[in-house]
Design a protein around this ligand. Structure first.
Ligand SMILES: Nc1ncnc2c1ncn2[C@@H]1O[C@H](COP(=O)(O)OP(=O)(O)O)[C@@H](O)[C@H]1O
Ligand SMILES: [Mg+2]
Length: 283
């Protein structure tokens, strides 16, 4: 188990880019490896909650963490899922009023800092924490950036130049400067890639040219196997271990791990050198 799990924020400005799917892939491979993963559903659509806790009816969920009258405690909101090692803090319909886009409505009360420090204790018990965001830079997404360690931007190859994607990364930089110096961009993940369409290859090349090393080299293809696994509520890595989908998921998480390590090393190297204390002169 890691000392402190990375807190991955899966965010883009657009729906259907694979944000929730990326969270599902991390959980799927972690489960197959015998690791532990905490999923946090911050989207009022609750897709992650319905995949991992079907029929969930608990009256409380992640919205409790935004209530200024409560001492935030994530621990009491964690539910075990049917998959070993995978836990989830669910989204409930009560999250909807918090999906605010008007910054002035929440900044006055510092609601965007609601998740800061909340996962501190939990991080030591998991290998990964994944915050699945709505397709907007709303309060819940902003709060996720203020609490996370790494931003992951799932996107379709054709969308590499989209303004929404640029806005997400600009917001990440702002949050890193103002609220959360731990937050770093982990990378752009091309998702739902249609391998057989030649124009998609052109988009991919343009994206790599624009984003360079910030683009994951693992590309997540659009596969019927992924769709079927999600519909059947199965985890690709254990239910179909020899499939293309499982292979992609494993490669993706291996790359994610090495990116997290590389960023940690870079950060370590940037720290000012510790100058050893001078030995007291012998008398
Ligand atoms: N690589 C993929 N191959 C096939 N289907 C996918 C893939 N990624 C996502 N999907 C499906 O596409 C839909 C939208 O993906 P999702 O991750 O929910 O998007 P988002 O969270 O960004 O709105 C879901 O039904 C999901 O199961
Ligand atoms: Mg989603």
């Amino acid at each position: 188990m890691a000392d402190a799990a990375p807190v991955l924020v899966s965010l883009n400005h657009k729906g259907g880019t694979g944000k929730t799917h990326v969270a599902y892939l991390v959980a799927s491979v972690a489960h197959a490896r015998g690791q532990r993963c905490l999923l946090v559903d911050l989207d009022q659509q609750a897709n992650l909650t319905s995949s991992f806790l079907p029929g969930h009816t608990s009256p409380t969920g992640v919205e409790r963490l935004f209530d200024p009258s409560q001492e935030p405690s994530a621990e009491g909101l964690v539910h075990a899922t049917p998959y070993d090692g995978i836990d989830l803090i669910p989204a409930t319909p009560l999250l909807a009023p918090l999906d605010l886009s008007d910054q002035s409505a929440w900044q006055a009360h510092d609601l965007h800092l609601s998740l800061r420090g909340v996962f501190g204790e939990l991080r030591s018990r998991y290998d990964y924490v994944v915050l699945d965001c709505p397709p907007r830079l709303s309060l819940t997404s902003y709060a996720a950036l203020c609490a996370g360690s790494h931003l992951l931007v799932p996107l379709e190859a054709a969308d590499w130049g989209a303004r929404g994607t640029q806005a997400v990364v600009a917001t990440q930089r702002l949050v890193t400067r103002r609220h959360n110096p731990e937050l770093q961009l982990l990378g752009y993940v091309v998702s739902r890639f249609k391998r057989t369409r030649s124009y998609q290859q052109e988009y991919l090349a343009a994206l790599r040219g624009a984003f360079g090393r910030d683009a994951f080299w693992t590309v997540i293809p659009d596969l019927a196997e992924f769709e079927k696994a999600v519909t059947d509520r199965r985890l690709v890595s254990t239910s179909y271990p020899d499939s293309d989908a499982a292979h992609t998921a494993n490669t993706f998480l291996a790359e994610l791990d090495s990116r997290v390590e590389r960023l940690a090393r870079q950060r370590q190297n940037r720290r000012p050198e510790v100058v050893p204390e001078r030995r007291a002169a012998a008398v």
